[in-house]
Design a binder for this molecule. Structure first.
Ligand SMILES: *Cc1c(COP(=O)(O)O)cnc(C)c1O
Length: 444
């Protein structure tokens, strides 16, 4: 395909990691904090489309997109052009000192495409965690309440507040306390593991009972929920769950925050995964990963009255909404608006779902195939049970890595493999990656 500068083909030229990567990794261990992890220590030199090229000349099929960040594809020409032009013109003023137009334009586009037809405002930040922190700050300011509720299997970041909001202690929180208080964890709707036949409404009732008993509705500022959980293993709640929660929240003056840091920006074949349940309209949405083609940017978008509830100067930050990141985001958002990107996510869903469901039919180690758009996962179990099979995931991930396919694990029990390819991956490349996966499953 001529749209690509690097042939969209897998090529394994050395052992994985190759000698140059190994040399860099030895240096890294002397220079970089060991607290920073490395899922696959091959050192990447350049990339294009869905192909990563490492320093040893290996070409990997990228089924992770840097965790759903380069959804528009690596080195997208529109992003390159926008960033190059902007970097030569202006790199920083600090929007809260002397503003610039690109920040405003990103906010306008986000206000247009986030769920809800009410009046909206946006604010820009740097990371997903920072967006979540700011959504909570605004919900507290708006409601005058302190408590927040989050869900089992959730992931919201690595700052102090978001560590307290995550489900997993390891690796995100262990030894890093004391943690923020006023955070209550409530049961998620997890169709694969919930009692069979449990409806979304029933699962919502279970969560609402927790909130009423443990916290009291009148004390809650916000419910923060990922409409499709990311790190938790691409768990989509049962239909009706999100709506029932939001209805109860509205009756009780509680702000609903959809954390769409991983599921947003076209990833699921909609602008935002919340749209999969059209009756679910969050008050605030947090946005980051896929928004700026790999440049650093995050946002909170939502109801104008909530977003305007802070005094001037209460939210912001030195780098938030940086002009170069904003220029990249405008390019990404305009490309989604122009059409084809959402359709690509839907096309990918078709390929992944049909092949993975067929695999599930042959290999009972695959307990569940789930997700939406280009956000699809398999959950591995000990065949015939619900017992998590993280050992099979580790073996399979390693097999894929050794054969030039970058896949990521996920899930509370480490027993999920998630697929988050760049949205411009070709069917041929995706099928090649799935062939590698299939060999690995057959060999388990
Ligand atoms: C990645 C992620 C975050 C944290 O984003 P950072 O940019 O890593 O701080 C928050 N919420 C969700 C749902 C995420 O997937």
């Amino acid at each position: 395909m001529s749209e690509f500068k690097i042939a969209q083909e897998r090529k394994v030229a050395t052992s994985i990691p190759g000698p140059k990567s190994q040399e860099l990794h030895a240096k890294r261990l002397q220079a970089v904090s060991h607290g920073v992890g490395a899922a696959l220590p091959v050192y990447i030199d350049h990339a294009n489309g869905a192909i990563l090229v490492d320093v040893d000349g290996n070409h990997f099929i990228d089924l992770g997109s840097g965790i759903g960040v380069v959804s528009i594809g690596h080195t997208n020409q529109g992003v390159i052009d926008a960033v190059s032009a902007q970097v030569a013109k202006l790199t920083h003023t600090l929007f809260t000192v002397t503003p610039y137009a690109a920040y405003v334009e990103v906010c306008e586009i986000l206000n247009r495409h986030t769920p809800g037809d009410f009046e909206k405002r946006s604010a820009l930040f740097n990371s997903g965690s920072e967006a979540v922190e700011n959504a909570v700050k605004l919900a507290r300011k708006f409601t005058g309440r302190g408590e927040i509720a989050v869900f089992d299997h959730a992931y919201h970041g690595r700052t102090n507040l978001t560590m307290a909001m995550n489900f997993k202690n390891m690796p995100y929180a262990d030894g890093f306390g004391p943690f923020a208080s006023s955070v209550t964890h409530v049961p998620m709707s997890y169709p694969f593991r919930d009692p069979s036949g449990m409806t979304g409404e029933e699962a919502a009732k279970r969560a609402i009972t927790y909130m009423e008993k443990r916290v009291g509705a009148k004390n809650l500022a916000a419910i923060v929920i990922e409409p499709v959980q990311g790190e938790g293993g691409f768990i989509s709640p049962a239909a009706g769950f999100l709506t029932a929660l939001a209805t109860w929240a509205k009756e009780n003056g509680i702000v609903v925050v959809a954390d769409e840091v991983q599921s947003g920006i076209a990833r699921t074949g909609r602008w935002f995964a919340s749209e999969w349940e059209p009756t679910f309209v969050p008050d605030l949405v947090t946005i980051a990963k896929g928004i700026a083609g790999g440049m650093v940017l995050s946002a909170v978008t939502g109801r104008a009255d909530i977003m305007d509830s802070s005094h001037a100067g209460g939210i912001g930050g030195t780098f938030g909404g940086n002009p170069v990141s904003a220029a990249a985001a405008i390019s990404v958002l305009q490309q989604i608006e122009a059409g084809g990107v959402l359709e690509n996510a839907t096309r990918i869903e078709g390929v992944l779902m049909s092949r993975l469901k067929a695999l599930q039919a042959s290999y009972p180690v695959i307990g569940d195939v789930r997700g939406r758009g280009a956000m699809i996962a398999i959950e591995l179990v000990e065949p015939g049970t619900l017992n998590p099979n993280s050992a099979a995931v580790d073996t399979l991930v390693k097999h894929c890595h050794q054969n030039g396919v970058l896949v990521l694990n996920a899930g509370t029990y480490g027993n999920v493999i998630r697929f988050l390819p760049p949205l411009n991956i070709s069917d041929a490349l995706l099928n090649d990656a799935l062939d590698v996966l299939t060999e690995g499953i057959a060999a388990l």
